[in-house]
Design a protein around this ligand. Structure first.
Ligand SMILES: *[C@@H]1O[C@H](CO)[C@@H](O)[C@H](O)[C@H]1NC(C)=O
Ligand SMILES: *[C@@H]1O[C@H](CO)[C@@H](O)[C@H](O)[C@H]1NC(C)=O
Ligand SMILES: *[C@@H]1O[C@H](CO)[C@@H](O)[C@H](O)[C@H]1NC(C)=O
Ligand SMILES: *[C@@H]1O[C@H](CO)[C@@H](O)[C@H](O)[C@H]1NC(C)=O
Ligand SMILES: *[C@@H]1O[C@H](CO)[C@@H](O)[C@H](O)[C@H]1NC(C)=O
Ligand SMILES: *[C@@H]1O[C@H](CO)[C@@H](O)[C@H](O)[C@H]1NC(C)=O
Ligand SMILES: *[C@@H]1O[C@H](CO)[C@@H](O)[C@H](O)[C@H]1NC(C)=O
Length: 447
């Protein structure tokens, strides 16, 4: 039995009754789910299992029964990215993709998009065949002489992918035709050399380091036209991504918005919240910001307008935040890889109301379970997370290692106030006696 220690702060008791109205809303159109978990470390050399290639990586597709430990007979489906994906990319782009990083599914759950942080490739997989159908290479920015894609996020209307080119310091727009498996790079916003509406250079004293971790929509609707371009060094842009070229409609500097993020969560009707973590080690914690949903009208002056309000600060020198998952309109789970734990944040009180510790303490010494990316199952019953391995891949700047790589399923309890580990599906990649498995990106396909 796994022993989970949960620390309920004093607030918890009052919270339990107050939270009665905050339920996770199940996505009843789905009956089941499977996990696509990505190992970002290079593949085993097929001609010599004692060494690693310099490229590849893998996707493990686990059924919900496998992830929950109910099916112990069958093995996950394995996609070796050194195989067909590499061949496809070499053919269509002339180069080899390196470090597969994050993964998303489109709203219809038909295609997965994968970012390659090492090289700037974008690969689209078809869910039904589990095969790569397209590989594009995002351009190198002459200002950095690099390309490296962190995230490829589909728009809600199924028309585009918004691409965050971290090391190429750019936002890209890819048009999608899921029926015919046709994907095309249609626009690039270079965030080094662009000018904002106030005439400032996009990168400069106001925004010192425009590595782009994510470009994501501000609202999930068919007609939403606004996306946030998050920047590692602080500050950010709200863009109208429907226009070509994409247009900056609001600019924020690092004093108004500090940190990096990949999410906008709906909050009390007319606004959004997001959590900005302070990336790179030593990370010092995270902050929450509240955004107005309206007012991005490109009316002069849209500098630091509409206002972004900082609503919460968590500061710690032992913190390494990466993923967040919204449970309901009140609670968000924030995975901290440094502890490792999940911090439960109440976004009405702006407080950490609980911390769910993840280490397996049933053995001595405890086994470190470093939860990385997390997703909620459509029935609202579980959180599924990737667990980092002991040797984290070169090129991933977020490097808190774990003791046991794999896929972890937690049960959500008491309307999200707490939870406990239900099952861990370990994944290993042993090469010359060392475990190189490094599960990072993870997404659920719902069906
Ligand atoms: C296999 O790889 C290991 C580690 O790089 C190396 O020492 C060994 O000589 C290789 N074996 C063959 C047959 O090439
Ligand atoms: C590589 O892909 C081919 C099909 O193109 C498949 O037959 C083979 O099993 C794959 N090998 C691995 C190691 O995945
Ligand atoms: C750009 O990067 C390439 C590949 O790493 C390197 O060969 C080239 O010298 C670099 N060019 C500049 C101008 O730094
Ligand atoms: C965001 O989208 C939802 C529908 O999904 C809508 O009800 C809400 O009003 C939108 N919010 C804003 C501020 O546009
Ligand atoms: C932001 O929203 C608030 C209330 O929802 C409103 O009073 C305020 O005028 C808005 N600010 C801007 C700059 O649009
Ligand atoms: C973290 O902060 C504590 C207290 O301020 C300090 O004693 C400790 O040395 C710090 N650790 C690191 C790694 O900076
Ligand atoms: C979790 O386990 C690791 C490895 O044993 C240890 O370094 C770490 O301090 C543990 N964390 C907690 C909160 O127990």
């Amino acid at each position: 039995m796994t022993k989970i220690t949960t620390l309920l702060l004093a607030l918890a008791a009052t919270f339990a009754t107050a939270s009665a109205a905050s339920h996770c809303v199940p996505e009843t159109q789905y009956k089941n789910w499977e996990v696509w978990a990505m190992d970002q470390s290079p593949s085993v050399d097929p001609t010599n299992s004692s060494q690693q290639l310099e490229y590849g990586g893998g996707i493990y597709v686990l059924s919900s029964e496998q992830a929950l430990g109910k099916d112990k007979k069958t093995k996950p489906f394995f996609i070796d990215l050194a195989n067909e994906t590499t061949t496809l990319c070499q053919k269509s782009t002339g180069s080899t993709p390196v470090v597969p990083h994050l993964i998303w599914f489109n709203r219809d759950q038909t295609h997965a998009s994968i970012s390659f942080l090492g090289t700037g490739h974008v690969v689209i997989f078809e869910a039904k065949t589990r095969k790569p159908v397209s590989c594009l290479l995002m351009p190198i920015n002459p200002a950095t002489n690099q390309s490296g894609v962190h995230a490829v996020i589909p728009t809600y209307d199924e028309k585009y992918y918004l691409v965050a080119n971290s090391f190429g310091k750019a936002a890209h727009k890819i048009s999608t035709d899921f029926k015919n498996n046709k994907f095309e790079l249609v626009d690039t916003l270079d965030v080094v050399n662009c000018k904002t509406i106030s005439g400032l250079p996009c990168e400069g004293p106001a925004r010192p380091n425009n590595i782009v971790p994510c470009v994501f929509e501000l609202n999930q609707t068919e007609t939403n036209n606004l996306a946030f371009v998050s920047l590692v060094g602080g500050g950010g842009f709200v863009i109208d991504f429907r226009k070509t070229p994409m247009e900056i409609v609001s600019e924020y500097d690092q004093t108004h918005y500090y940190g990096a993020t990949c999410w906008a969560l709906p909050y009390s009707g007319n606004s959004f919240i997001n959590m900005a973590f302070r990336p790179y080690i030593p990370s010092t914690g995270f902050s929450w910001y509240k955004f107005n949903a309206t007012g991005y009208l490109n009316e002069d002056p849209s500098v630091n307008m509409p206002e972004i309000t900082k609503v919460m600060d968590f500061t710690s020198n032992a913190s390494d935040i990466h993923a967040i998952t919204q449970i309901n309109d009140r609670l968000v789970w924030v995975a901290d890889r440094a502890i490792p734990s999940i911090k439960v944040v109440d976004v009405l009180q702006w407080k950490i109301v609980n911390e769910i510790f993840l280490n397996d303490t049933s053995v001595s010494p405890p086994v470190r379970r470093t939860a990385d990316w997390t997703e909620i199952t459509p029935d609202c019953k579980h959180i599924v997370g990737s667990l980092r391995g002991p040797i984290t891949v070169k090129g991933d700047p977020m490097f808190t290692p774990g003791g046991l790589p794999g896929v972890m399923v937690l049960d959500i309890e008491r309307n999200g106030l707490t939870g406990k580990v239900n099952h861990v599906y370990p994944l290993h990649k042993e090469i010359a006696g060392l475990d190189y498995m490094d599960v990072h990106g993870l997404i659920l396909r719902k069906f």
